[in-house]
Design a protein around this ligand. Sequence first.
Ligand SMILES: Cc1ncc(C[n+]2csc(CCOP(=O)(O)OP(=O)(O)O)c2C)c(N)n1
Ligand code: SF4
Length: 299
Amino acid sequence: MPENLFKINVKEYILPGTRACQGCGLSLAYRHALKALRENTIVTLPASCLCVLHGLYPSTPVAVPCLNNSFAATAASAAGIAAGLQALNKTDLTVLAIAGDGGTFDMGIQALSGAAERETDFIYCCYDNEGYMNTGTQRSSATPLGAVTTTTPIATKQQHKKDFIKIMEAHEIPYIATCSPAYPIDLYDKFVKAKKIKGTRYIHINVPCPPGWGYPPRDTVRMGRLAVETAVFPLFEIEDGKFRFTSRSKTMAERGNKLPVINYLERQGRFRRMNIEQLRQFQAWVDKKWQEYLRRSQE
Ligand SMILES: Cc1ncc(C[n+]2csc(CCOP(=O)(O)OP(=O)(O)O)c2C)c(N)n1
Ligand code: SF4
């Protein structure tokens, strides 16, 4: 049963005073994710912007128990927590492992793949700001084609983003979802649903990042909406292998409309060196993925 605005948990688990940047998409997303998961949750996270948001010991603005772990070990630490809870017969707690794209697509993939294959009972969330942002915007395998980063400063990134959803689908886990802080009710619903499912659940959040992407902090929600409306980042869930669009992507699929990617790219400084050929490749890549999703949504 979908939630709506009036059913959203009014309790806050991120208190005022985080160390995230102004306009950070991660803090918006994390706020709604924790509201959906509520207090009976244990979070484990690696070095990242999220770790910075959590603050310095002994003070933190986050009002649920959290474990800081090493960069590559997020899913491994979650597996340890899940095993400990099972040994203690504590069945009412949700384990949330949450890491950036660097900590997921690159550094954390081995531990995540192992935990998913063992059907570990946890939610793994990748918040994807498309770069190693905490250390100053280095390229990751989630960085899109044509973006400038500090490790691709002149020629821009030459490769498309890794299709991480396909990798997670290959593990045949019961629940996969994408979401955006620009569509908070959709995000909230997906975490509520994931909490009720057993086994490994994977949630991928598109996280607009003002300093890393090069746009004014006031435009974070706008950037998140444009990512969805251009189909650069479609919203969907895959439950037991069944694909379904949600929220704005659902209406876009029904009406057959999506904006050209240029509407999204031209507002971000990181694409300032993109050339016409890369723009063409970017649009073709998005169109191909969108067609695949459309076909699956009709199966
Ligand atoms: C093994 C290891 N290598 C490098 C670092 C330095 N480091 C800390 S955070 C970070 C970037 C993390 O990027 P990502 O996972 O994408 O999260 P974000 O910072 O974007 O939130 C790096 C490289 C580290 N802590 N450990
Ligand atoms: S660098 Fe980006 S993701 Fe990191 S805290 Fe700042 S706005 Fe958020």
